[in-house]
Write a protein of this length. Structure first.
Length: 273
C-alpha cells in the first residue's frame, strides 16, 4: 500500500515532467502575443498583430491549405488500407501473418530521414515529379500504422462470435457491418484518423524529401527559423498549430479510453440481450 510520502513524491515527479513538456510550448504561446518583433523576456507588451500578419500572408495561407489537403488525403488512404489490413490480420490465419504485421508497423519505427530518402530515391528512379501526391504517399506510410494498430487492437478485444451470431439471426453482410462491426470499430477508426491527421499535418522530415519546391506549413516554419526571418509570425503560426494539434489528439485520447461500442439498436442490441 502506498504511503502518503510516496504519493507526494510521485505527484511531484509527475508535475516536473508535465512542466518539462509544457513550459517550452507555453513560452511560444506567450511570445505569439509579444508586441516587439524581438524575442526577449519579459515581453514588451501584448498584441494580436502577428496573427493578422500571418493570416494575410499569401505564402502562409498556401502552406496551410497544402498541409490540410495532404493530411486529409493521407488520413483517408490510411483509414481504408489500415482497416483492411487489420481485418486481414485479425480474422484470417495464413503463412507469414506475423511477418506481414511486422512489415506494416516497421515504417513508423524507422527514422523519418530514412523513409524520406527511400521515397525520394524511388520517385527519382521512376521519374515521378514531386507533387501533392508524393507528399501524401510519404505521409500515408506512417499514418497507415496508426489506423492499423488502433483497429487491430479493437478487433482483438472484440469477440468473433458477435459476427457469427448476427449471421445466425438472419442479418446480411451490410446489416452485420452496420449494427455489429461499425459500432465496435467506429471510435477506433475515428481515434486513428485524428492521430493520423495530426501527425501528417505536423510532419517535417519525410515532407522535406517528398515535397520538392512546395511548402507545407511545417516546412515554411522551418525555413523561416533557419533564415532567422519573421520570428514573431512564426510564433503566431506555432500557436495556431499547437491548438490545431491538441484538439484532434485530445479527442483521440478520449475516444481510445472508451470501450468503443456505441449504444445502438438493431442486431447488436438483439445479440446483447
Amino acid at each position: 500500500m502506498e504511503t502518503r510520502a510516496a504519493r507526494i513524491w510521485l505527484g511531484a515527479w509527475t508535475l516536473l515532467v508535465v512542466l518539462f513538456l509544457w513550459i517550452p510550448l507555453l513560452l511560444i504561446l506567450v511570445y505569439a502575443f509579444n508586441k516587439s518583433n524581438v524575442q526577449s523576456w519579459p515581453i514588451k507588451g501584448v498584441t494580436t498583430h502577428w496573427f493578422s500578419v500571418a493570416w494575410h500572408a499569401e505564402e502562409v495561407r498556401s502552406a496551410v491549405w497544402l498541409s490540410v489537403r495532404a493530411a486529409l488525403l493521407a488520413t483517408g488512404i490510411a483509414l481504408v488500407l489500415g482497416s483492411m489490413a487489420a481485418f486481414a490480420i485479425a480474422r484470417f490465419s495464413f503463412f507469414g501473418r506475423e511477418t506481414v504485421s511486422f512489415l506494416f508497423i516497421l515504417p513508423i519505427a524507422l527514422p523519418g530521414i530514412v523513409t524520406g530518402m527511400a521515397l525520394n530515391s524511388f520517385f527519382v528512379f521512376n521519374h515521378i515529379n514531386l507533387s501533392l501526391w508524393t507528399i501524401v504517399t510519404g505521409h500515408a506510410t506512417f499514418c497507415l500504422v496508426l489506423v492499423y494498430n488502433n483497429v487491430l487492437a479493437r478487433l482483438r478485444r472484440s469477440s468473433p462470435s458477435l459476427i457469427e451470431a448476427s449471421q445466425d439471426l438472419g442479418a446480411d453482410g451490410w446489416q452485420t457491418f452496420r449494427f455489429v462491426i461499425w459500432p465496435v470499430l467506429s471510435t477506433a477508426l475515428v481515434a486513428g484518423g485524428l492521430l493520423a491527421f495530426a501527425l501528417s499535418f505536423d510532419e517535417v522530415v519525410v515532407t522535406y524529401f517528398t515535397a520538392g519546391a512546395q511548402n507545407t506549413l511545417p516546412l515554411l516554419i522551418f525555413g523561416y527559423i533557419r533564415l532567422g526571418q519573421q520570428l514573431p509570425v512564426v510564433n503566431a503560426i506555432a500557436f495556431a498549430m499547437i491548438v490545431l494539434t491538441v484538439i484532434p489528439v485530445a479527442l483521440a485520447q478520449r475516444l481510445m479510453r472508451d470501450t468503443g461500442v456505441l449504444r445502438r439498436g438493431g442486431t447488436a442490441a438483439m445479440i446483447a440481450r
